[in-house]
Design a protein. Sequence first.
Lengths: 86, 516
Amino acid sequence: MRTVVWLLVALLFVLHQDFWYWDDRTLLFGFLPIGLAYHIGFSIAAAGVWALAVKFAWPDTVEAWAEQEGDADGPEAAGGAGERAG
Amino acid sequence: MSLIPLYVVGAYLFLLLILGVICSRFFRGTSSDYFVASRSIGPFVLLMSVFGTTMTAFALVGSTGKAYADGIGTYGLMASWSGLIHSAVFFLVGIKLWAVGKRYGYVTQCQYFRARFESSKLGYLLFPILVGLVVPYLLIGVLGAGAVVSGVTRGMFPDTFENGAVPAWLTGAAVCAVVLLYVFLSGVRGAAWANTFQTLVFMTTGIIAFVLVARALGGLAAASEAVAANDPNKLARQHEIGKIQFFTYCFIPLSVGMFPHLFQNWLTARSAKAFRLTVIAHPVFIMVVWVPCILIGIWAAGMPLGVPEERQNTVLGAMVGRLLQDPWLMGLLTAGILAAIMSSLDSQFMCVGTMFTNDIVVHAVGEDRFSDKQKLWIGRGFVIGVVAVTYVISLFAAGRAIFPLAVWCFSGFGALFPVVFAAVYWRRATKAGIYAAVIVTAVVWFVLFRMSGYGGEMLLFTEWLSTDDQHDGLMPVAVMFTACLAILVLVSLATSPPSAATIQRFFPKALKGMPT
């Protein structure tokens, strides 16, 4: 399912280029330009795909790892402080 | 002309100060609480603060003006791309940075990059570049606030100010002072709460403005039919926006991965789960704010409003001022627009102070040299300096279109996205690769920015990419991004990889569950 979610994200990336409505001035419901309506639908679809990502591709292990004590002495540890000391 | 709109705006600014005072009661007095709210922010406030931070004058004033000039394609350029790409960055980069930040106690981007790339001096390179790119972002807010209030108050003070309008310098000073005060009172927690409040205000008032403007124009259908009759190109993209330009705008929303203020917002999250709501709701929230602005912009073109395109910043203020005669409503809507602007300024002010304190001062002299209280005042002092510089620049940049200026700012951050993505996902990325990528990106950005006339609209390779009936070309960000990525990869592969200890620290097995 995780693969399907990322394929859907890729599909949305492609579908953003709606050449087919490029010169279409049709007003949906009498007021909404069709090119704008398409991209409103795109935004809603994006929210739907991200909901799927949260449900099926959520990184469950991150939370527990982040909660553990750091194995160094604060943000200045590792390379940054080492180089300064040197 | 009634002064009620100004009183309403004044009351709103006063309300924000009260909120700052209330938030200050929750302030724990530590620098950790001031800078990252003790990492205690839940899903709803995180959504509101992240969304409020990313929606600025650009989203309201800029989008309306751009739609007035270029039509409905403005939504696809920024809003729908952002709905897809912002959430992708939150999901793929934000959560991982939150985890690393929480575990190792990072507060700023520079702290993370210094440790990840084993280089103390990297922070000294990144700091001026990041702050330098934040300044135009602040400028957008100050200019936007001035343009809107000036448009709404036109004719209100005929004997005092030019055109009888509250001048931009006065609005800019008032907005900066209020935001500085409530941020100083309560730190990032106050900014997050104020953002939540202000996001609710500007979303609500935006919808109200949309309904009232539509009603004043004779209804939704009448307003759009006027566009079809008077300026039909605004209903489509043909003759307004090129296909290659439209596609290459996709690089711009990547900027959220490198915004220092968003990095700080992410670190305030209580848990990784707090991101879920933000990832899902962000595209819809963008839609709710942008669609009314785009429609108001094209309706203004269809009226026609008569504002020259180079003064597109004033379109939203002019529409509200001309069409809505009720002074209370006018004041409320102006306050709503200012809310969107201030909800970005506060996070930006906070992050600039945080970065200076932690990345420059504390890093140079050590953690224990200053008390927590002294650190807060050092950060505040630097923020005042940056705001003063921005304010002075705004006096000379008055009237400059917000949309292209914002695009240049976002382009700089977006072009640097390979740096953060490589930091998070590519073990082989090296210190030399990052230095080279950052320097090359900064140089390319500045050269192109200068060629554009310091913030004008610009497309590249137009002589090859334009067609007979459409001016088209690459957005400069595409070139900057490619340069950054290419240099990063080539130099990293040509230099020694990071130490095993660093790889172990930043690529533990537990994070392998992250999408790659």
